[in-house]
Write a protein that binds this ligand. Structure first.
Ligand SMILES: C[S@@+](CC[C@H](N)C(=O)[O-])C[C@H]1O[C@@H](n2cnc3c(N)ncnc32)[C@H](O)[C@@H]1O
Length: 281
């Protein structure tokens, strides 16, 4: 058996302990192939905590001594936050063509409530805000709100700040860029920021989809749960969708990511399109 220098290396045993802790508490799968990635990302956490071996760090976290804030910092390092404005645009077309006209006709006095349940850095939530604002142009305005939640505090800070490198908004139509984005003055580091009106409609908070209960309002009109369930096993996916659905009104809509499916899951949803569902009961 090779001797591991646990000052420099994360042993397979410690990797397995950490990865099963992360999986059972956060649903994030880390196969052994991710060991080198985890080792290099954790180095910063060892330094921040003045710990000089991976073994000690592992004990620190798993014994409960580290407290929740260190666990959050560790999760920040392992979550995959890839996202984009107008990602999987068929969902936004469906909002424009079906959901918003239907809502407008039937209940436009109530607030239209949307939950982006794995919001990452906010691109999904702000795309939703742009789509709703566009829909209201030339029509009687209605009130709306968007809640973005994610497990990663680091990414939620970015979401709330709403500042993005200019190239991230390439996909946003020019007319919408003019209305909904403010351009920074520094030409060497071109940045844009979402306008205050849209930021005021959007709020972010930390939420672990693995929690037993979600501390968010009931009766959302629409829930986005895209590109996060892919990390969970089928049993966890079923539980998470059911918990999310307790916060969705009957007749409300539910979106999954394009490589995810609810086939074979016992959930109160009827499929309308491959990744678009309506709550039935
Ligand atoms: C790949 S991003 C998807 C972002 C966005 N929904 C999209 O489709 O573009 C997945 C997000 O899920 C978050 N996440 C992972 N596990 C989570 C959990 N247990 N609870 C809440 N969010 C989680 C990650 O932090 C990450 O920001």
């Amino acid at each position: 058996m090779p001797i591991i220098d646990d000052k420099k290396e994360l042993s397979e045993l410690d990797f397995n302990k950490l990865s099963s802790f992360i999986y059972s508490n956060f649903g994030i799968k880390l196969p052994l192939a991710k060991k080198t990635m985890l080792q290099s990302r954790l180095l910063a956490r060892l330094k921040a905590n003045n710990i000089d071996s991976y073994k000690e760090y592992c004990n620190f976290v798993l014994s409960g001594k580290s407290g929740e804030s260190e666990i959050i910092n560790m999760i920040d390092l392992v979550s995959t936050n890839k996202t984009d404005f107008y990602r999987e645009p068929a969902h936004f077309d469906f909002m424009k063509q079906v959901i918003l006209p239907e809502y407008y006709q039937n209940n436009s006095e109530k607030q239209f409530k949307v939950w982006s349940s794995a919001s990452s850095s906010g691109e999904e939530a702000y795309t939703i805000a742009m789509v709703i604002s566009e829909f209201m142009e030339g029509k009687r305005k209605f009130d709306f709100s968007i809640l973005g939640t994610d497990i990663s505090t680091r990414i939620l800070e970015k979401a709330a700040t709403a500042i993005y490198p200019l190239e991230r908004v390439d996909v946003v139509p020019l007319a919408q860029k003019k209305k909904y984005l403010l351009k920074g003055k520094d030409e060497t580091n071109p940045l844009v920021r979402i306008i205050p009106d849209l930021r005021a409609k959007t709020r972010f908070k930390r939420l672990n989809l693995m929690d037993n209960n979600y501390d968010v309002p009931k009766e959302f009109d629409l829930i986005f749960c895209r590109n996060v369930l892919i990390y969970f096993d089928r049993e966890t996916q079923e539980k998470v969708i059911n918990k999310l659905c307790t916060h969705l009104k009957v007749g409300g809509y539910f979106f999954l990511g394009h490589s995810e499916s609810a086939n074979g899951l016992d959930v109160p949803l009827r499929q309308l399109k491959p990744t678009i569902f309506i709550k039935t009961h």
